[in-house]
Design a protein. Structure first.
Length: 497
């Protein structure tokens, strides 16, 4: 005797298990025949590995909302469902569900802007829009801010505690700074230039898809978190292959002179030291996680067109929890990438750093505001600057960066800038900057440059001293880092960020 299909009893497959009738009914499917056809298609796609559970549910939700794009496909199970829905609606059946479209707040809440005279109008407009989100609680704009996708680079946005916005974290999840200070004279950048250059050549790897076969410590991959979700499992091999590598764009590893005016930094005596500074993130792993979950967020959270990149995930639901797990793992992975580079170079020098300082600046943290409200703080190109928290704010390839200690300023949501910030877009840099002027600047500042292109020229960035002056209430400067030997991706590499 033929058994009826019961989607609630299907075998576990894919991320999150089978797709149940309860989950399908949550999409607005209440007719038993339609429910059965959706269940058969959904779990067929799941069992055969065509998509994972979140992708299937997101596509079904979009299909119910508007079947026409799916009906226009030449073939496929989703096309068949779409054709059936269109036919039913012509008969006045299975009418379009009334979907919740989130409206923006009418009032624009006030938020502090640091160094407003140096911030482009587009970034201000993006922040004003972000603060109107129904889940927005507070915001701030850092002095290095410039326009991005959704939230501006340099934007800080606190939302309700159970929500997270993938695009407000950023595409390069956990983009990070790391500084190692060595008990070696800073003059080595001049007296042993070739040796230091060769250390960068031997132990750093740049570019899209670049990999390394040699590891200092790959123990992060023993973590059970790599088995938590199908998305993470599918990206594990890529992440492993790229451990200890850097990206393109503004990512770098560089030698420089670190100057301490007193012993306020971990008791290190005042003086000048050789230091190694790196900037990169979670590579292809983080980029793929960002791409996957930002698309789901935009399907699940319906917002006005101008705010679509600010779509959020609910941490009380599977997709939100999956992103939270993946984002935090990307943070650990980004840290491990930097440690690989710094540990390999320290080993080659046969010396242990006096100290190592590091921080994320594309991430989301569960925190409390000054009034005790629990929130999710998104810092997209912003440095955590809670009271006593150490961080690094770099300049450009020929201007100084700074080791800072946060002052815990409540208005800024305990944040500071993540760098100097771009003065012009990459395309504008190629159109307007002069190669001879760039070369002259590097010679004047005694910079040895390996790789890079005109879009990363010092002139493409804001004046770091102006940026630092605008955030004196946010951070205390402990040390200055002058870059001298800089390695970046080759000019032919397309920027990832």
């Amino acid at each position: 005797m033929k058994r009826e299909l019961n989607a609630d009893k299907l075998p576990l497959q894919g991320a999150g298990g089978q797709i149940t009738n309860i989950e399908l009914k949550a999409l607005g499917i209440n007719d038993d025949k339609i429910l059965e056809s959706f269940s058969r298609v959904a779990n067929g796609l799941l069992i055969h590995g065509v998509m994972d559970k979140l992708q299937i549910l997101a596509n079904l939700e979009a299909l119910i909302d508007d079947p026409m794009p799916y009906a226009l496909k030449k073939r496929g199970k989703l096309k068949n469902l779409a054709d059936n829905i269109i036919a039913l609606r012509k008969e006045g059946k299975f009418l379009k569900q009334q979907r919740t479209n989130f409206a923006l707040k009418e009032d624009i809440a006030e938020f502090p802007v640091y160094g407003i005279e140096h911030i482009e109008v587009g970034a201000l407009a993006q922040m004003r829009t972000a603060i109107q989100l129904p889940i927005a609680v507070a915001g701030a704009l850092m002095p290095d801010a410039h326009q991005g996708y959704g939230l501006p680079i340099g934007g800080v946005l606190a939302t309700t505690a159970n929500t997270i916005i993938p695009f407000a974290v950023g595409v390069d999840i956990a983009c990070r700074m790391c500084l190692s200070i060595f008990d070696l004279p800073a003059t080595m950048v001049d007296t042993e230039t070739e040796k230091l250059k060769n250390l960068l050549v031997d132990h750093t790897y740049f570019g899209i898809g670049c990999t390394t076969e040699s590891y200092f410590d790959s123990s992060l991959f023993d973590s059970n978190t790599w088995n938590e979700t199908k998305v993470i499992r599918n990206l594990k091999d890529k992440a492993y292959a790229q451990l200890g590598t850097s990206g393109t764009g503004n990512h770098f590893v560089e030698w420089g002179e670190l100057t301490l005016t007193d012993d306020a930094l971990d008791g290190i005596p005042a003086g000048s030291y050789l230091a190694l500074l790196s900037h990169s993130g979670s590579r292809g792993f983080g980029g793929s996680v960002a791409d996957y979950y930002s698309k789901i967020a935009m399907i699940k959270t319906k917002l006005p067109a101008e705010t679509k990149h600010l779509a959020w995930l609910d941490l009380d639901k599977d997709e939100g929890q999956e992103y939270w797990i993946a984002m935090n793992l990307a943070g650990e992975y980004a840290s491990a990438n930097h440690h690989e580079i710094h540990n390999k170079i320290a080993r080659a020098l046969n010396i242990t750093p006096l100290t190592r300082i590091e921080n994320h600046h594309n991430f989301a943290w569960k925190e409390q505001l000054a009034n005790g409200t629990e929130v999710m703080v998104h810092r997209k190109g912003a440095t955590p600057a809670g009271k006593g928290v150490l961080g690094i704010i770099p300049g450009s390839m020929s201007t100084p960066g700074f080791v800072v200690r946060g002052k815990g300023d409540a208005a800024s949501i305990n944040s500071a800038s993540h760098g100097a910030g771009r003065l012009m877009s990459r395309s504008m840099a190629f159109k307007t900057l002069d190669k001879e002027a760039i070369a002259a600047n590097l010679i004047d500042k005694r910079i040895t440059l390996m790789g890079s292109d005109m879009d990363e020229a010092p002139m493409a960035y804001k004046d770091i001293h102006t940026v630092m002056a605008a955030q004196q209430d946010l951070v205390e400067v402990l040390a200055k880092f002058e870059p001298r030997i800089v390695r970046m991706a080759d000019a032919r590499e397309r920027p990832e960020d």
